[in-house]
Ligand binder design. Structure first.
Ligand code: ASP
Length: 333
């Protein structure tokens, strides 16, 4: 079911990409005597392998001197429009009623945020979220209200359910007469993307079709500020993937940023947040949760419950990388 398993089996096609075990924070050499780490910028980091293409889109914006906010939006729009992804935007798996519903949020360096949840038939929920942030006095619009807002901006209504996902859904329904959404490590792979621009400002974006075959109306962590995404321009940003209910319970990404505020590295902050998630979820061995984080000085890191999660990183003067973060247990084969 999982796209990432498929990719990992195939191996990495591009010679330019490095898949490396990542147990250390990515960091520049200590340079400024006042700072532990020299500023490393711009930087883009995002979840899963689809992050490579998203990072490339964000990088183009950053290299040309664009803002972190423009970069994160441009980056995740690539994933939203990709019909081959099964967990974000077009081609995303539907809910248990066969309807594709989208969650997304965005945060800028001033701490402004915008969000949409349970949005239907709109290709770019991240852009709707940005317009909620910029054009309304609100943070979050949901369901029909979010769709009406998107249509009022001139966005087109489109069918996000592709023939392949319709067939997959029909089979799932046939084989699951109890009609309960599966809870496992396989069926969810949000894109969360964080960027640090040349000015040293941070922004983040997170967008997903959510857990496959969820209850209609279910909202995950991804559009919840503090859960699926959080950015504090003084400290750093974090974004999450995995079983959203567990991330919401721990207010996961806010927690990661708070751990960085206390002086923990991005890797350690993500690890501590994973440990908190585990402590609040007795069924933790049956779920996946992964965090990635980007600090104000350009260091980045990640951590997850189960093996199988990886993330994409782009730093100055380096090739695009896929990194495997530390994890607590091996995922079942
Ligand atoms: N966190 C998302 C959700 O629960 C799914 C994922 O990241 O894979 O909706």
């Amino acid at each position: 079911m999982s796209d990432r398993r498929h990719f990992l089996k195939q191996g990495l096609p591009a010679a330019a990409l490095l898949l490396s075990a990542c147990t250390q924070d990515k960091a520049t050499e200590p340079g400024d005597k006042n700072d532990k780490f020299a500023a490393n910028k711009p930087v883009v980091i995002s979840t899963w392998r689809h992050g490579l293409a998203a990072n490339a889109g964000a990088w183009e914006v950053l290299e040309n001197g664009g803002s972190a906010l423009d970069a994160v939006e441009a980056g995740v729009r690539i994933t939203e429009a990709d019909p081959d992804g099964r967990s974000v935007g077009l081609g995303g798996r539907p809910d248990r009623d066969g309807i594709v519903t989208l969650d997304a949020c965005i945060m800028n360096s001033r701490g402004d945020c915008g969000s949409v949840a349970a949005l239907e038939n709109i290709l770019h929920p991240i852009t709707v979220a940005r317009r909620v942030m910029e054009d309304t006095p609100h943070v979050m619009l949901v369901g029909q209200g979010a769709k009406d807002f998107a249509l009022s901006l001139g966005m087109e209504e489109i069918d996000l359910l592709l023939p392949e996902t319709r067939e997959e859904y029909t089979n799932w329904k046939k084989n699951n007469p109890d009609y309960r959404p599966p809870i496992n490590v396989e069926n969810h792979d949000t894109i969360g993307l964080l960027a640090l621009d040349k000015n040293g400002d941070l922004a983040g974006a997170c967008t997903t079709s959510g857990a496959a075959f969820k209850y209609h109306g279910r909202v995950g962590d991804s559009p919840i500020i503090g859960a699926g995404l959080y950015v504090d321009n003084e400290i750093g940003g974090a974004t999450a993937t995995g079983w959203g209910e567990a991330v919401i319970r721990a207010v996961g990404c806010f927690l990661v940023v708070e751990f960085m505020r206390q002086g923990h590295s991005p890797n350690d902050a993500c690890k501590l947040a994973v440990e908190r998630v585990i402590s609040k979820n007795p069924d933790w061995k049956n779920i996946q949760v992964g965090f990635i984080a980007l600090a104000k000085d350009g260091r980045s890191g990640g951590y997850c419950i189960q093996s199988g999660f990886d993330y994409a990183l782009q730093e100055p003067n380096k090739q695009a990388e896929m990194l495997v973060p530390g994890y607590v247990i091996e995922a079942p084969q």
